[in-house]
Unconditional design. Structure first.
Length: 309
């Protein structure tokens, strides 16, 4: 929407160069506006905010001046980028006004879908899959044990947590990967302190667990706090921390391995090749000089010995 505002507010005969630090927006502009006639209809109609891109393509086509969008690296000291960040930060603190766009100004997209009176800006299939995830998540947060374990339930930013658990995919797609689901769910449980401790297990199955005393110290109930403060578990916790600290160099090497490999590949491709002469004599006394001009090409020069008079 900000890109449309910048182009509409500029006189139609004036050239425009918009510099953005969002590479995704620049790519979409090139595909859905600048080269729209080359883009397949499937991509034009299924992109997020497809109608807005269609309107922007119509506005750009009707302008007399040239319109270009260029990507720049964020936080690189660009004067305009710094000014734009300051203006955006100031605008967030002020009251905003809704800006309605007339989608009838474009002729590429004829039919659009709406939900609860609002037009869907996402691809329809993606939106329907999100409903499955959101409904399953709503069922989970409505459980009494979840509300009892998480005191500040309404203050948790659930959308990002839901993305971590399901990797931004629908819930039903993880039925074939229980291990992945278990690892992600365990991570969220650790963050919110709802691990299956003995106090939780006794509340769920009182017929199986007679008490909730810690199995190590047998002095206090095993709850979320006692798991970390039990005096008999200090040795295990120390070993865990030592193992984690010793693994940091290995994790660092693994994190930059791909980057280093790509840098080495680029260096080898850009490295100049210098031809070299390598003299070699065979059993007949003939002197051969091979001129190496790369990895796959070798030129042969043969010098015959002088004949006897």
């Amino acid at each position: 929407m900000g890109l449309i505002a910048a182009i509409v507010a500029t006189p139609p005969r004036q050239d425009i160069l918009v510099r953005l630090d969002n590479e995704g927006v620049v790519t979409l502009y090139n595909d859905l506006v600048l080269n729209r006639h080359k883009t397949l209809p499937r991509k034009r109609q299924r992109a997020s905010h497809a109608c807005l891109w269609a309107v922007l393509a119509t506005v750009v086509a009707e302008r007399v001046g040239r319109t270009a969008v260029q990507w720049i690296r964020g936080n690189s000291g660009e004067k305009g980028n710094v000014m734009a960040d300051a203006i955006a930060t100031n605008a967030v603190e002020q009251d905003t006004t809704l800006w309605h766009t007339d989608f009838s100004t474009q002729n590429d997209i004829t039919f659009t879908a709406s939900y609860h009176g609002q037009q869907l800006e996402l691809y329809l299939r993606q939106f329907l899959k999100q409903q499955t995830t959101i409904r399953q998540h709503q069922t989970w947060t409505a459980q009494k044990r979840v509300k009892r374990s998480i005191s500040d339930l309404s203050d948790v930013e659930w959308r990002s947590g839901l993305s971590i658990i399901h990797d931004k995919r629908p819930v039903h797609t993880f039925f074939s990967s229980r291990g992945d689901t278990s690892r992600r769910t365990q991570h969220i449980k650790k963050l919110h302190g709802i691990l299956p401790t003995l106090t939780v297990m006794q509340a769920r199955h009182p017929d199986i667990y007679a008490d909730a005393l810690c199995c190590l110290c047998h002095a206090a109930p095993e709850d979320d706090d006692h798991v970390w403060t039990c005096p008999n578990s200090y040795s295990q916790q120390q070993l865990i921390w030592e193992d984690a600290m010793a693994s940091i160099p290995k994790w660092g090497r693994a994190a930059v391995r791909k980057t280093n490999e790509d840098a080495d590949t680029r260096h080898r491709k850009n490295k100049p090749v210098h031809p070299t002469l390598q003299p070699r004599n065979d059993s007949n006394g003939t002197n051969h000089r091979t001129r190496s001009c790369g990895h796959h090409l070798t030129l042969l020069f043969m010098t015959c010995p002088p004949s006897n008079p």
